[in-house]
Design a protein around this ligand. Structure first.
Ligand code: PEP
Ligand code: CO
Length: 452
């Protein structure tokens, strides 16, 4: 069966005949269509060449030749489209990738939850306060956080605004990277002051010293600094939640025989929208991009294999990224049957661990947080489960920021629940701050080195 035949029953709008979870009701059809028409004619945010490049790098991840780092905000805000904030997010991602590269001895594929991570699934479509019921906040792509009827009204003009800000953000990232963006391997530029507060600072220092001497050796042997040699690849991802938006970004590029969703390189399907008979699976089975699928507790192994057959009937290398988010207490039961079923089906997807979303809890004051130790515990178990099953963990997925926020408890500085109010800035899920993110990567690197 060739590709054309395989997809003869798919079109960019075939998802409309299936039940669609988590979609938005707009009250003005003409306004919605004007926004979508505008997006349709804008230049794409990414190109099909970049998408194919990512897919081939993910194929290397699946074979164990590279490691994947995916990270960024839970919910990116339009107001995050500022040079200072983008710069800080890019810096922490590149820093973590340098640490992971040293730890694993492999190149790292860097994928940001950035430049378009603007739409959020919610547990309830509405929110009630003091007897007033309004649409829930669904992310900046859809409405605003304030609890007023005007702010919570889904506004189609925000689709155009989101598209534009995603494009501005990525444009700045591309410029920073092609202009050198400092030499991220230069550890002198890293803020390492938290290390002295760690339980075993000497372990972290050993890794940092190792990176320093590796970089010195490379610079000396090549005769130029690593930073001068080439600009690193960087890819974007977001939850492909809003199907009207994703469809408007989908095209058949010149000289290609497949459709691409050019809103980002790697869209993913959320844990709440992966119903095999639903609209999201229908939409994403037809595009050529690599696709992520979030897998939470209760995922049935046979259903996973059927989903993979549906999304990737051609078994294309690098096509599927399975992002497992079970929680530290459930991963030991939930993950092995999935790995086993996928291996029996003779599939080699990228296995990625999202140790954030299964470990969220609310404090007694009702503040959403996660504990650094639970995140680490899920990751460590995941590494071990893959090793026991004869598989391997290909990547990690974090909610994190380059800022000094206080949203996740724990880490070297021992942030406690009392510290959360100090700088809690997320509208949705709690993120690792700069130091916690860097510390997490040092711990993963430590583990990877000890296993090599
Ligand atoms: C998220 O990644 O922010 C999210 C909502 O995840 P999940 O679909 O895994 O719950
Ligand atoms: Co989240």
């Amino acid at each position: 069966m060739n590709k054309q035949n395989a997809l003869s029953d798919w079109s960019p709008d075939s998802w409309r005949s299936k039940p669609a979870e988590q979609q938005v009701e707009y009250d003005d059809d003409a306004e919605l269509h004007a926004a979508l028409d505008q997006i349709r004619v804008f230049p794409p945010i990414v190109t099909s060449w970049e998408v194919e490049r990512l897919k081939s790098q993910l194929a290397e991840v699946a074979r164990g030749e590279r490691f994947l780092l995916q990270g960024g905000d839970c919910s990116e805000r339009f107001s995050d489209c500022q040079s200072r904030l983008v710069d800080a997010k890019l810096k922490i991602l590149l820093t973590m990738s340098a640490v992971l590269m040293y730890g694993g001895g492999k190149q790292v594929v860097r994928v940001g939850r950035i430049a378009g991570q603007y739409a959020k699934p919610r547990s309830s479509p509405t929110e009630t306060r003091d007897g007033q019921t309004l649409c829930s906040f669904r992310g900046d792509l859809i409405n605003r956080t304030e609890f007023t009827p005007e702010a919570r009204r889904p506004d189609p003009r925000r689709l155009v605004e989101g598209y534009s800000r995603a494009s501005l953000t990525l444009n700045f990232i591309r410029s920073l990277l092609s202009g050198g963006f400092g030499d991220i391997h230069n550890t002198d530029a890293w803020d390492l002051s938290f290390i002295e507060h760690a339980d075993q600072p000497q372990e972290y220092e050993r890794i940092i010293d190792g990176i320093r001497s590796a970089v010195r050796f490379l610079d000396a042997s090549v005769g130029r600094t690593l930073g001068e040699l080439r600009s690193p690849d960087f890819f974007t991802s977001h939850e492909g939640l809003h199907l009207e938006f994703e469809q408007a970004c989908t095209e058949l590029p010149p000289l290609r025989d497949r459709w691409y969703d050019l809103s980002c390189h790697l869209p993913w399907i959320g844990n709440r929208t992966r119903d095999p008979g639903g609209a999201h699976i229908e939409f994403f089975r037809g595009i050529a991009n690599p696709v992520g699928i979030k897998l939470g507790p209760g995922m049935d192994p046979q259903e996973l294999v059927a989903l993979m057959d549906r999304l990737d009937p051609e078994r294309e290398p690098g096509k599927l990224v399975l992002i497992v988010r079970m929680g530290a207490d459930r991963v030991a039961d939930g993950l092995p049957p999935l790995v086993d079923a996928v291996m029996r089906a003779d599939r080699t997807p990228v296995w990625c661990s999202d140790p954030m979303h299964g470990n969220t809890y609310a404090t007694a004051d009702g503040v959403k947080t996660r504990h650094f130790d639970a995140i680490l515990r899920e990751l460590e178990q995941t590494f071990e489960i893959h090793a026991d099953c004869g598989s391997h963990l290909g990547g990690v997925h974090f909610e994190m920021t380059g800022q000094d926020v206080t949203e996740v408890v724990g880490g070297a500085r021992g942030l406690s629940e009392k510290d959360l109010h100090r700088c809690y800035d997320s509208d949705v899920d709690p993120r690792l701050n700069y130091e916690q993110a860097l510390e997490m990567s040092l711990l993963i690197a430590h583990r990877m080195r000890s296993e090599r």
